[in-house]
Design a binder for this molecule. Structure first.
Ligand SMILES: Cc1cc2nc3c(=O)[nH]c(=O)nc-3n(C[C@H](O)[C@H](O)[C@H](O)COP(=O)(O)OP(=O)(O)OC[C@H]3O[C@@H](n4cnc5c(N)ncnc54)[C@H](O)[C@@H]3O)c2cc1C
Length: 563
């Protein structure tokens, strides 16, 4: 097992203070993790600090798609469609365990944004630009074929649909697998480490950071030849510290997703559809693990980006769209919402544009002090974003030090857990490891499948951890093994890291999560020897998060509104 634990974290923090790094990356979302992997794989000694957990910002709150961005096509941003679209195949090949191809249906209606012709031509252009494999190219369906395939799609006014392929991912785990791979290659990585200030040399060039270890409260300094700010919605906070938050700046928009049991929202394809409100917005409805999630909203957010809320307006908007778009056995109400999430997009402000129109393009800013900041973009394009900024860092290091510039090494670099024989070998690897789980470890098929799907080639480590008997320390044996793997190999520091981001139970298996959460907290309290106050604050953190998606008040307000 490749260690990536609390001890690794402590050692890394110490090492980062002892030596001058070539590069320090601030922010452990997908952007910062991708930059760290890219730089480290080119021989640039890199450190990464994240103030909370990996992917706790926007990178665990997306629509969870590795997708080519049909939206870019609507904006005629052809270069972006080509770049991001082509990246899908690369991400899939390097981590097939967390990227699952999905049929995406785009239904069109009389009077809607898209008709049969525009959809067909648009998807053709998309297939070409995104270099989609032949077997995954679009097909067009007549209205009756659309209904045959997805019986609950609204029939009235339906003119047909286009079906194409996108990839569903687990955004938090994708981020983590990138960080774990970077760690394997020698990057020094620590979560719960917050940058509180920047350090400058005598020429007023940035040469490191001040930080606080959020776990212990201790402070320190890290010195580095180059510093990259990849703090997503917090990019401007770091630019403020640097005194360089001028010109273009971030515009944050909030996006909410809701999770509903698939029995109540029974779709089998993913769908991408116009909202029925003629507001130019589109929504996704995506089946996953026996649930369907639907979103998203897009509204300007001007408060703290840490925990954006879910409001009555958000829930009403999403449910109204679902109820008008689908003819479900029963209309959906907030009572059907099991969980949800809310995140903010770190978009780059362009004057005079509405949130939906602002480009999702990424941009790099370099300040006079040498601080490099990167914002915008998408989860899907993380590898290309990393390449662009590390090219810049590499060129600067080559000019200023004895470093010899090397191009990106990540195109064929398997992520942690991705050593499964590529996209072609994945299916037989999956069958083999599921079989092994059932035969050698006495697992139920469903559990073995979930484990192989979640951990890919790291699943053998989880199998080895499985205890005998049905449960241990009050935890079902599968949870016990996953939690212990998280503690030893996935830097789980807080219970919420495991419950929400490592296992996704808080989103897609909330009933089970409610059953195991106390045992998880107890186990971790023993494991880390927490005092009562620490244990309480860890418990509060879980409960506060749960309260955010407890739609209690929303349900009342919704009922009043409907009445
Ligand atoms: C609703 C929604 C849906 C989306 N859907 C998709 C999708 O389906 N597909 C897709 O490709 N993209 C999607 N995106 C876009 C994608 O999620 C983002 O582009 C991406 O996650 C941004 O990652 P990031 O690393 O830049 O930011 P973040 O993930 O927010 O990471 C920044 C990190 O910096 C840390 N940080 C901040 N300040 C400090 C500090 N002082 N010290 C240390 N660390 C600090 C934060 O804690 C945070 O973890 C979506 C976005 C949203 C909001």
């Amino acid at each position: 097992m490749k260690e990536f634990s609390n001890e690794t974290r402590a050692k890394n923090l110490q090492a980062m203070q002892n030596e001058e790094l070539d590069l320090l990356v601030i922010g452990g979302g997908i952007t910062g993790s991708g930059i760290t992997l890219d730089a480290q794989s080119r021989g640039i000694q890199t450190g990464l600090v994240e103030m909370r957990d990996f992917a706790s910002g926007t990178s665990s709150r997306s629509t969870k798609l590795v997708h080519g961005g049909l939206r870019y096509l609507a904006q005629f941003a052809l270069k972006e469609v080509h770049e991001v679209g082509s990246e899908r195949a690369i991400v899939y090949n390097n981590a097939p365990q967390i990227t699952t191809p999905l049929k995406m249906m785009l239904p069109f209606y009389a009077g809607g944004t898209y008709g049969p012709f525009t959809t067909s031509v648009g998807l053709d252009v998309y297939d070409r630009l995104a270099q989609v494999k032949k077997s995954e190219r679009k097909i067009m369906l007549e209205p009756n074929e659309t209904i045959d395939r997805e019986p609950y799609v609204k029939a009235e006014g339906l003119l047909g649909s286009g079906v194409y392929v996108e990839y569903r991912t687990d955004d938090a785990r994708l981020t983590l697998e990138v960080a774990k791979k970077a760690s394997e290659l020698g990057a020094l990585i620590a979560n719960y480490t917050k940058v509180t200030g920047l350090l400058y040399d005598e020429n007023h060039k940035v040469c490191g950071v001040k930080f606080v270890d959020v776990q212990s409260g201790e402070t320190g300094e890290i010195h580095a030849k180059k510093v990259v700010n990849s703090c997503g919605p917090w990019v401007d906070e770091i630019r403020d510290m640097d005194g360089s938050n001028k010109g273009k700046h971030l515009h944050l928009t909030k996006g909410v997703h809701l999770v509903i049991d698939n029995a109540k929202f029974p779709i089998s394809n993913s769908l991408f559809f116009d909202t029925p409100f003629h507001d130019g917005r589109m929504m996704f409805a995506i089946p996953r693990e026996g649930k369907t999630y639907i979103g998203t909203t897009d509204t300007t957010w001007e408060e703290d980006p840490k925990e954006p809320n879910i409001t009555v307006a958000d829930v009403t908007y999403i449910l109204a769209a679902a109820n008008q778009m689908f003819e479900l056995p029963q209309k959906l109400t907030p009572d059907d919402v099991e969980s949800g999430w809310s995140g903010v997009r770190p978009l780059i402000q362009e004057e005079g544009k509405s949130p939906s129109e602002i480009s999702r393009k990424d941009e790099i800013f370099q300040s006079d002090t040498g601080l490099l900041s990167i914002a915008g973009g998408k989860l899907t394009g993380y590898r290309k974003m990393a390449e662009k900024i590390v090219d810049r860092v590499g060129e600067q290091l080559a000019a200023e030090t004895d470093y010899t510039f090397e191009g990106q090494q990540t195109e064929h670099l398997l992520l942690s857990g991705g050593d499964v024989g590529g996209d072609e070998g994945w299916s037989s690897y999956f069958d083999k490891m599921v079989h092994e789980g059932i035969v050698n470890y006495d697992l139920e098929r469903e559990d073995a499948e979930k484990l192989v799907q979640r951990y890919g080639s790291n699943v053998a480590d989880i199998y080895e951890l499985l205890p005998d008997g049905e449960e241990k320390d009050g935890l079902p044996r599968v949870d016990w093994a996953m939690l212990n793997y998280g503690l030893k190999a996935e830097m789980v520091e807080h219970p919420i890291d495991y419950l929400l981001r490592r296992s996704s139970q808080m989103l897609f298996n909330i009933n089970h999560m409610n059953e195991v959460k106390d045992a998880v907290i107890d186990y971790m309290a023993d494991y880390y020897n927490w005092d009562e106050a620490t244990k309480k604050s860890m418990t509060d953190e879980v409960n506060t998060k749960l309260a955010l998606t407890d739609l209690h008040e929303i349900k009342d307000a919704y009922a009043a509104h409907e009445a």
